[in-house]
Write a protein that binds this ligand. Structure first.
Ligand code: SAJ
Length: 401
């Protein structure tokens, strides 16, 4: 079986590599020449534990080849980004372009699968596009949607072990897609239709967004009420049917802060909680900025001088180097605009330098600061022995327990 992956990003590359490691002949396609060259050298362009070694071995064995152009295959997978446009409208132009790039190659019996997060109805739209240009393939090829659900940082394990939801545009398409995933997924494969499978993905990430919004709202209430939110949640979670997530400085990354808009933009009347959760989570970084400014003013009034300040963490979540859509980075940007770089130390232990920010080691930043603002719960920050003479603002639970 020959498989062609369109898109060698955070999901496409690991999936291509894992399926190649199971003996499939895989062509990985990307429009970025640098990515293609890197993969063909057996190297990777993203940070993901275990992926480097596996890529090297499947490229050396000849099971994975990267290319700028798709090649004749039996299975085609679309794993390209679906960002949103100006008004949070999903942008499926990359999915469309990827589909167009393989239409001429399709032959009877082939299977075409979309993994990219997509608004409801995208798979059916792509089927219409394919059949409009290749009407003779009607009922002769398989078309399905199968969302990825792996957690960055644990991708290799989750790719093989997570259950998957697979929805074809008809029963035989679902069968064909299941047959493909059986080759490298150990988790259960759950069958449904394409629209439900699309909505499952949006539901998973919206569910997490709503739960985090609840925790973030609690953190703001607790701040006004003089209650430690971390203790509160820990105690509430002792109830056998309560499982609250943790507040933070906002919700970042390229999935949870994006996917709910794929529901709200199409169903604005119906999706009230989902929309409100986005609002709350978008507001949280601004609230953190206000809290920090207030603490600085208070310090100045009490001490007769302006405080030095340490901003701890830039990544979008703990223990990774990924800054995409990071609320911590956003907070740092907003504060820097107001503080004119004066006596501000920025620490991010997972990266060594940054094009815009001057980074200081976290030990140095902590030592020099009057006010320490914890933005991301990196393990290094948790290990710091807290000094008594500092104002500590903990937006991510560093001080809990
Ligand atoms: N966060 C909190 N509090 C929490 C948990 C997370 O504030 O209790 C924040 C994080 O700090 C981060 C954001 O939420 O800013 C997102 O982080 P995450 O770890 O929840 O999720 P991602 O974006 O790394 O990956 C998610 C996962 N989806 C779910 O858990 C439902 C992953 O399984 C998906 O594959 C991925 O989105 C995706 O690609 O869609």
């Amino acid at each position: 079986m020959k498989v062609c992956f369109i898109g060698l990003g955070y999901i496409g590359l690991p999936t291509a590599v894992v399926s190649a490691s199971r003996g499939l002949t895989v062509i990985g396609v990307d429009i970025d020449e640098e990515i293609v060259n890197t993969v063909n050298q057996g190297k990777i362009h993203i940070v993901e534990p275990g992926l480097g070694e596996l890529t090297k071995s499947v490229v050396e064995s000849g099971n994975l080849t990267a290319s700028l152009k798709p090649e004749l295959s039996d299975v085609y997978l679309v794993v390209v980004p679906t960002p949103f446009k100006g008004n949070h409208e999903p942008d499926i132009s990359y999915v469309e372009a990827a589909t167009v790039s393989i239409i001429d190659l399709l032959k009877e019996g082939d299977t075409y699968i979309i993994e990219s997060t997509s608004p409801i109805g995208t798979t059916e739209r792509m089927a219409e596009l394919i059949f409009s240009l290749r009407p003779e393939l009607h009922n002769k090829i398989n078309i399905a949607y199968c969302p990825e659900r792996v957690l960055p940082g644990n991708v290799i394990f989750e790719l093989e072990n997570n259950d998957r939801v697979i929805g074809g545009i008809d029963e035989k398409s679902t069968d064909a897609a299941i047959e493909f995933y059986t080759k490298f997924v150990r988790g259960k494969l759950h069958r449904t239709n394409a629209r439900t499978a699309e909505m499952v993905k949006l539901t998973e990430n919206s569910s997490r967004d709503v739960q985090i919004a609840f925790a973030n709202e609690l953190s703001i209430i607790c701040n006004s009420a003089g209650i430690n939110v971390w203790e509160l949640i820990e105690l509430a979670n002792k109830h056998p049917r309560v499982n609250i997530l943790w507040p933070g400085c906002g919700v970042g990354g390229h999935c949870i802060a994006v996917d709910p808009y794929f529901i709200t933009s199409h169903f604005p009347e119906e999706s009230k909680i989902i929309a409100k959760a986005r609002e709350i989570n978008n507001y949280k970084p601004l609230w953190c900025v206000e809290q920090t400014k207030n603490a600085m003013l208070k310090f100045e009034l009490e001490n007769g001088r302006k405080p030095s300040i340490a901003l701890m963490g830039l990544a979008f979540k703990p223990n990774i180097d990924d800054l995409r859509e990071s609320p911590a980075k956003y907070i740092v940007e907003l504060l820097l605009q107001e503080l004119n770089d004066r006596d501000v130390y920025i620490a991010e232990p997972n990266i060594s330098n940054h094009i815009r920010f001057k980074l200081t080691s976290y030990e140095e930043a902590y030592k020099n600061a009057d006010i320490v603002v914890f933005l991301v719960a990196h393990k290094e920050f948790k290990a710091i022995k807290q000094a008594k003479d500092k104002v500590l603002l903990d937006f991510c639970g560093i001080l809990k327990n």
